[in-house]
Design a protein around this ligand. Structure first.
Ligand code: SAM
Length: 281
């Protein structure tokens, strides 16, 4: 495996510090994030070409999607800006010797080392919401466009502008005036900052309005195939998520509810995560 280290652009130190606590290791396998994971897998299955195709997972974190895709027969390359995630992804890859990742690199979405048109698919399931400047997000999308082949796909995820408001109600964080101030700024500008040391309040991010995310993808020169609200209403509205998720029939309800309104413009922002599937002409 190619394990080149690559230092280029830097991301905010508080983002590195947040992820260096190890919060991402099994996030997708716990609590409400399991709905995000299941729905993202569903959307990937909906659009990915048959294996073997080459997938570049930019901001791939500890490699949960990358390792799953490698086990499905894809050639998967992972890039992430956080050293702990690169180490965790390497370990996860080593733990599946029959289908390891093709490469794992420290790097930045705004300056990829990959050659032009070298991937069939690029995943950006994370970097866009940590790039708080529009110009940086356009640069990351431009890099994705550069490395994907003509007619290849880019999957770009944003966090909804309304996610912290909804989380504040569901998790009762709004009882804390400091969180209420965070939400106020999120709604006004999308610029999420966490001046407290509460890890549940997340870290420096930009929260997209669904229209804004699509505009940025188009401005980068990609064609929007679809924008989908990932979690749908069940992401917030189900009180005892655990009992719903562990009950097979109720789990189907959660997934069906998300699917039923996944394109509904008036409800897109209700999902915590927005996924744009885009094509390079
Ligand atoms: C919430 S995690 C998501 C990880 C994984 N893609 C997933 O969907 O579960 C966000 C990821 O984006 C990475 N990231 C943030 N900014 C980045 C950048 N500029 N370039 C590369 N990776 C970045 C972080 O290190 C982190 O691994």
């Amino acid at each position: 495996m190619d394990e080149l280290s690559h230092r280029s652009e830097t991301i905010a130190p508080e983002i590195i510090a947040h992820y260096s606590e190890g919060v991402e290791q099994d996030r997708l396998l716990r609590n409400r994030s399991r709905l995000e994971y299941a729905r993202t897998q569903e959307l990937l299955r909906r659009h990915l070409p048959e294996p073997p195709a080459t997938i570049l997972d930019v901001g791939g974190g500890p490699g949960v999607y990358a390792c799953w895709l490698a086990s499905e027969g894809y050639e998967v390359h992972l890039v992430d800006a956080v050293p702990l995630h690169v180490e965790q992804a390497l370990r996860a890859s080593e733990a599946q010797p029959g289908c390891p990742l093709a490469s794992v690199r420290l790097g930045d979405a705004r300056q990829l080392l990959q050659a032009d048109a070298s991937a069939d698919v690029v995943l950006l399931l994370g970097p866009l919401y940590h790039l708080t400047e529009r110009q940086d997000r356009l640069q990351a999308l431009g890099e994705a466009k550069r490395v994907v082949r003509p007619a290849g796909l880019v999957f770009a995820v944003g966090i909804s502008r309304f996610a912290s408001l909804l989380d504040g109600l569901m998790s009762e964080y709004l009882d804390d005036p400091a969180f209420a101030r965070i939400v106020e700024q999120d709604l006004a500008t999308g610029q999420h900052r966490n001046p407290t040391n509460h890890p549940g309040y997340f870290t420096t991010a930009f929260l997209h309005h669904p229209d804004e995310l699509q505009r940025e993808v188009r401005e980068a020169g990609l064609k929007v195939v679809e924008i989908v609200g990932l979690e749908g209403p069940g992401g917030w509205l189900v009180h005892d998520f655990e009992s719903w998720w562990s009950n097979p029939e109720r789990r189907v309800h959660l997934l069906s509810a998300a699917r039923a309104v996944e394109h509904e413009p008036s409800l897109l922002g209700l999902s915590a995560h927005l996924l744009v599937v885009a094509r390079k002409d």
